[in-house]
Ligand binder design. Sequence first.
Ligand SMILES: [Zn+2]
Length: 435
Amino acid sequence: MHSANRPGIIHCSTAVLGALVTLLAAQPAPAQDMARVRRTISVLTSPKLHGRGYTHHGDQRAAAYIAKRFHQLGLQAWQPDYRQPFPLTVNTFSEGLKVFVGRQTLQPGIDFIPHPTSGSFQGKLAVVYFDTLAFTQPAIRNQFLQQDLRQKALVYEQQIEARLQQMPELKAKLAEARASIVLTTAKLTASVADTQAPHVRLLVRAQAWPAQAQHVRLDVTAHLQQAYQTQNVLGYVPGTAVPDSFLVVTAHYDHLGELGRRTYFPGANDNASGTTMLLELAEHFAQPANRLRYSVAFIAFSGEEAGLLGSQFFVANPAMPLASIRFLLNLDLVGTGEEGITVVNGKVHSQEYQLLQQLNTSDVGVGAIAARGRAANSDHYPFSEQGVPAFFWYTRGGTAAYHDVHDKPKPLPLTAFPRLVNLARQFLQRLSRTI
Ligand SMILES: [Zn+2]
C-alpha cells in the first residue's frame, strides 16, 4: 500500500517518537545483516567452489575466501594466512560420470550417485538381475553362484543388503561383479570415503532404471586422492582481560565436492550456514566495542565430511593448549529452525545449558531448545573426547535436503538464523563474564 493512503502514520507525536526510540534502544544488539548472510552463503555454494571438496581446488578456494574475510576483520593469526594444513585421503568423482541404459541417460545426483568407495569403469556391460529366490531355493542359489559376473553389471534392490549379511557366500559372489547397480526407493544421500573399491558401485533411483534393461554403458572415473593437502582456517580476537583463555566458535566449511563435470553438491545448509554464522560472529566480536574478557577463536574446519578429520587434526595439533578452552560452540546445519534447535552435549554441561535456556526468552528466542547427550556427529566431538566443554547446535525443521544436490541456497529458509546469531553472541558474552 502506498503511504499516501495511510493517513495517521506520518502524524506521529514527539512523545510517541520518544517512546519508540526508548523501546528500540532497549532491544538487544542490532539485527543481523541478512543481506550479507545471503551473500556469504551464495559465495560458499557457488559452482566456482566445486562443492568445497577435494577436486578443482574447491576446498582451497573456500579456505581462501574465509581467510580473506578473517583478514578484513583484522583477526590475529597463529599460522601464515590463517591456514593450518593437513593431509587426507579421499575418493573423488570429478570427471566422467555417466550412465546410459536403454534409451536413457541417467543424471548424476538426480537419478544416481556413486557409492563413496566406487571404482572406475568405462564401457558396456551385460546386465544380470539378482533373483531373490536365491535366498530360499538352493537350486537357484547354485545357478547364481556358478555364473561368471566379472564382466557383468549386477542389478539388485537395496533392501536385500540386510539379508545378505546372513549369507556370506552370496555376498562374496555379488562383490565379484564388475559393476553393482543398487536400486533404491529412498532419497539419494551421498557421503565420502577414504578408500576405493576395485569395482563400480552405483546407487540408482529404482524409478529411473528401465525395467528389464539388458545392457548398460558406464563412464565412471574415480580418483583416490592420496595425502591431499587441505587446511583448517583459524584466527582469533585477543581477550581484553584474560587473553590466554579461549572461547572457540567452530564450523566445518568442507562439503561433498562434485559428481562429474557438471554436478556438484552446493551444501547450503551443510555447512555454508554454519560457516556463515561463524563469520557473522567474527564480524561482531572483531569490533573493538564487542571484545570479550577472554580471547575468541574462530576455526573453520576442513575434512568433516570425510570423518571429522580437520577437528581431529586440530585436537592433535592445537593452536592453543586445549585446557585453555573455556567453552567451544560448534555450528553445523543451522539454516532452518522452524522447530527450534538441538544442543548436543546439552545434557552433559547443564550449567551452560541452563544459561542458554535463560537467554532464550520468548521475545528474542529461537523457539524450543532440546538437549541431547554426547554424539560423534560433528566437529565438537574430538574436543569433547579430550575433555573440552563443548556444545554443538543444529536447527530443526525446514528443508529435507541433506547430502544431496538439492541442498541449495535459495530454498534455505534461515528461519532462526538472525536470532541464533544473537543467542550465540549473548551466550559467549555471558560465558566470558561468568566462567
Ligand atoms: Zn555433512
